[in-house]
Design a protein around this ligand. Structure first.
Ligand SMILES: [Zn+2]
Length: 310
């Protein structure tokens, strides 16, 4: 009887909680994207395209509408500028999925999925980078795992929110925000309908002394209301600036309020040693729950105004 009761409880509780961010799923996304087989997801590589297909496959599984120009994909060309290479023009893609709640305005959630490959596109901090796999587990398989977990949460929670959601995995960030700038100059949804943008870039190396940094606090005077009373099991701090660090800068430039989540720099940054086993997936799960709390607070408010940060 007890066993029957327990299995019934499991059956009943599964659909209620299955959409919550899970450390186990976060770990599996990161292990896949940052494995040696993916050769660092350098822009233009077959492995970079494979990572884009992986994201599209998950978006499809969550039931998101394709909102690229070719299904989920939006293709563009990115140029390698930091080093001289014969193949400086590279084919790249953004991956775009839409959760349509029939609302007038949309919340954008983004993370870049490219990294610096085999150390031949510049910006490696290794002394002899060429031919070494730069796995990019923190930068930015961790952010993509976050993007996928939020996409699955909002598409599977059986709530029709008062905003739509656009989930974007950006390409060619490491070549200078090429994917996010391309997207904003060629938007597949009107910019005026975007409420705000949440960016995740390096959220896998939580340091309990520092806490997770949240940039962009000064980009709308609605953010203090959103943060009011928010509690979290992890430590966090806010920073007013929204125009640096990652793809959020491209949205800030178009006067869209942003928040930028980042667990900070570390000695493996842009080196071949940014590996999956160094990611704190429990802390990342807690960071994502904090993001959900903040987004759910923002759902109660009207569309935000933008304020420039001096
Ligand atoms: Zn990054």
């Amino acid at each position: 009887m007890k066993i029957l009761f327990c299995s019934l409880f499991v059956l009943i509780s599964l659909p209620l909680f299955a959409q919550e961010p899970s450390a186990k799923r976060i770990a599996s996304h990161i292990r896949y994207l940052a494995s040696d087989n993916m050769k660092g997801r350098g822009t233009g590589s077959a492995e970079n395209a494979k990572a884009a297909r992986y994201v599209a496959k998950q978006f499809k599984k969550y039931g998101l509408k394709p909102l690229g120009t070719d299904g989920y994909f939006q293709s563009f060309t990115a140029k390698v500028r930091r080093v001289v290479v014969p193949d400086s023009l590279r084919e790249a893609k953004n991956v775009i999925g839409f959760l349509d709640n029939n609302a007038p305005n949309t919340i954008v959630i983004g993370a870049h999925y490219d990294h610096i490959g085999m150390g031949r596109q510049g910006s490696s901090l290794d002394s002899l980078p060429q031919g070494k796999i730069h796995n990019g587990a923190d930068d930015n398989a961790s952010g993509v795992a976050g993007l996928l977990e939020l996409a699955q949460y909002f598409s599977k929670n059986n709530v029709t929110e008062p905003y739509n959601f656009l989930f974007v995995a950006f390409g060619a960030e490491e070549l200078g925000l090429v994917g996010s700038r391309y997207f904003l100059n060629n938007p597949t949804l009107p910019l005026k309908d975007m409420n705000f943008m949440i960016c995740m870039d390096m959220i896998g190396r939580y340091n309990p002394e520092r806490g997770v940094g949240i940039g962009g606090y000064g980009t709308s005077d609605a953010w203090p209301t959103v943060f009011n009373g928010v509690e979290s099991s992890i430590k966090f701090f806010t920073d007013r600036a929204g125009n640096g660090g990652s793809d959020n800068a491209a949205f800030y430039a178009k006067q869209i309020p942003v928040l930028f989540f980042h667990t900070g720099g570390h000695p493996d940054y842009h080196k071949p040693t940014d590996d999956p086993e160094k990611i704190d997936v429990q802390a990342e799960e807690a960071i994502l729950k904090l993001e959900i709390n903040l987004i759910e607070n923002a759902l109660k408010l009207p569309k935000m105004n933008f304020t420039a940060v001096k």
